[in-house]
Design a protein. Structure first.
Length: 153
């Protein structure tokens, strides 16, 4: 990931979680200081395209996923369906992605796809997260992956 994208990524993630979920994320430095069992994660992703493209992937601990969905949707947790939890996480992913792109591409040349659930970064063979946050004692990790340029043949 481009070094100049780290600050906008932190700011976008913090702003969305604070304003939409009333949660206070605290960046962890360095972001790869902990390990999480893939079974304890819910992963979402959103792709962006334009003059440069890539993928924003967010991994939520299951506890944080429930907390975000409850805070964002404002419902009674015992009455929420799996679909409501999923939709809440996908919408938060979309908002973080849009906020991030607005910060790194104020001209609006990059376009977001629809967010989706995905495999964990470990299962996909991705490297270390570019951002990790402690959110009310729960873990959030963010990865931004740009397409690899092919070497000339």
């Amino acid at each position: 990931m481009r070094e100049e994208w780290i600050r906008p990524l932190k700011d976008a993630t913090s702003e969305v979680l604070e304003t939409m979920c009333f949660l206070c994320p605290v960046p962890m430095e360095p972001p790869d200081v902990f390990s999480v069992d893939d079974g304890d994660l819910v992963s979402t992703e959103v792709h962006f395209q334009g003059h440069r493209g890539g993928t924003l992937r967010i991994e939520f601990s299951k506890g944080l996923a429930a907390l975000i969905a409850d805070s964002f949707l404002g419902g009674n947790p015992s009455e929420m369906t799996d679909e409501q939890y999923r939709d809440g996480l996908l919408e938060i992913t979309n908002m973080i992605g849009g906020n991030f792109l607005q910060r790194v591409d104020p001209e609006g040349r990059l376009v977001l796809s629809l967010p989706s659930l995905c495999l964990s970064s470990h299962a996909l063979g991705m490297g270390k997260p570019q951002l990790a946050m402690d959110v009310e004692g729960h873990i959030l990790r963010v990865f931004v992956e740009e397409p690899r340029e092919e070497a000339p043949s």
